[in-house]
Design a protein around this ligand. Structure first.
Ligand SMILES: *Cc1c(COP(=O)(O)O)cnc(C)c1O
Length: 411
């Protein structure tokens, strides 16, 4: 049974209930009555598992958290108001002043500025490396390094990391590895490759139709051959581990980020994401096939296509051997310049011009004039943002229609 098939069964079965309402119940309440003072005390000390207050958790979002943990093979997860909130929660619940983060790959714009601007203002230093700079990455790890942060596919530079090799470096030095798996749900299984935390922008493929902004951080159990957090590097987390054991990182995320920063998801948004999640396996399998077909056809037409399924891509061999289920919906076209990119985009009838990715519709955007407009020349070069770069996110339309439309737009 292939990976997508397995998820088709598991996701629909884990989301639907056998008794009562089948569709997830939307609990739209900011606060919850406790009934009596003893119960209130029990809820606050954690001995009674009932909702406390919607900032700390909501029953609909809890259902999403449990479906995501099951999908990913984690011990638990924390749903958030956006993908950036998930990154902020996962990182800020672990780092403090004087700590360092090593960030690897072509980073999503908001993630880059979170590290390079926001965390820097709070005294957390970040180092940035290309996916292939393994020696430099290892050399940069020191006593202050708390996290390695990696995107499963460079968005939009399309460079592919050898995730297991980076996880080995993280394991050797006892540093936790976070993988942003937003563009490759189900295709890439970061926990199986050695990651400790997986984050998603659920806004993208997990919901799949632009109906809801959201995110999630999913945690591997502490103890299952994973003792990184028990070492002196993470001494400030030890009280959580003593109290919560395998589930400690969920408490760390909730108490050190969600409670104080309040990036809580909304019940209706979590409901929409649960609906989307049911069809994730079906959609990913179709998209994985379509992306390769579109990349091949556009490449054959003479366009400069950037996708690792193409033999001239520098990570083609890695794609063939390590990304057996594809690398998600993205592919890029490098036009000669901005005006040629604008002309192509304005001539497509099918692509929706927007900053989003991972939708059921095909989406497209010129990078340098939009998401990366505030970045200086050097940073753009590091992130692979050339003047004519267009990012496409392939949707569920017939791949023949997508190809036909893009070819007519390019001529
Ligand atoms: C979109 C995206 C994010 C941020 O998610 P939001 O839901 O927009 O906050 C983070 N990482 C990647 C790879 C993304 O594509």
């Amino acid at each position: 049974m292939n990976r997508f098939e397995k998820c088709n069964t598991q996701l629909v079965q884990s989301i639907g209930k056998k008794e009562g309402p089948i569709s997830p119940v939307i609990v739209h309440s900011a606060s919850f009555g406790y009934g009596n003072s003893e119960t209130a005390e029990g809820i606050f000390d954690g001995s009674i598992k009932k909702p406390l207050y919607a900032r700390m958790g909501n029953p609909t979002s809890a259902q999403l958290e449990s479906a995501l943990a099951q999908m990913e093979g984690g011990v638990g997860s924390v749903a958030t108001a956006s993908g950036m909130a998930a990154s902020a929660l996962a990182v800020m619940s672990i780092v403090g002043v004087g700590d360092e983060v090593i960030s690897i790959g072509g980073l999503f714009g908001g993630t880059y500025t979170l590290f390079n601007e926001t965390l820097r203002r709070f005294g957390v230093k970040s180092h940035f490396f290309d996916v292939d700079a393994l020696e430099a990455i290892e050399a940069a790890i020191n006593g202050q390094t708390k996290l390695l942060f990696l995107e499963s596919v460079g968005n939009p530079n399309m460079r592919l990391p050898d995730i297991a090799a980076i996880a080995d470096i993280a394991a050797k030095h006892g540093v936790a590895l976070i993988v942003d798996n937003t563009t490759t749900p189900l295709c890439v299984r970061p926990f199986e490759l050695g990651a400790d935390i997986v984050i998603y922008s659920t806004t993208k493929l997990l919901t799949g139709n632009a109906s809801s902004l959201g995110g999630a951080a999913i945690y591997r159990a502490i103890g299952e051959g994973n003792d990184k957090f028990k070492t002196a590097r993470y001494a400030d987390l030890h009280p959580f581990i003593e109290k919560m054991g395998a589930m400690a990182m969920i408490a760390v995320a909730k108490k050190r980020a969600m409670r104080d920063l309040g990036m809580s998801p909304d019940a209706f948004g979590s409901f929409l994401t649960l609906l989307g999640l049911e069809t994730l396996g079906l959609r990913m399998e179709r998209i994985a096939r379509s992306v390769e077909e579109v990349a091949a056809a556009l490449d054959a037409s003479g366009l400069h296509v950037i996708h690792p399924s193409l033999t001239h891509h520098p990570h083609h061999e890695r794609y063939r051997t390590l990304f057996l289920y594809g690398c998600g919906p993205l592919l890029c076209i490098d036009c000669r310049d901005k005006s040629e990119a604008f002309r192509l985009l304005n001539a497509t009838k099918l692509a929706t011009i927007t900053a989003n990715i991972g939708d059921s519709r095909t989406l497209a955007l010129h990078m340098a004039s939009t998401i990366y407009r505030d970045f200086d020349e050097q940073t753009r070069a590091f992130l692979g943002i050339t003047p004519g770069l267009i990012r496409l996110s392939i949707g569920l339309e017939s791949s023949r229609d997508i190809i036909e439309d893009l070819l007519q737009a390019a001529t």
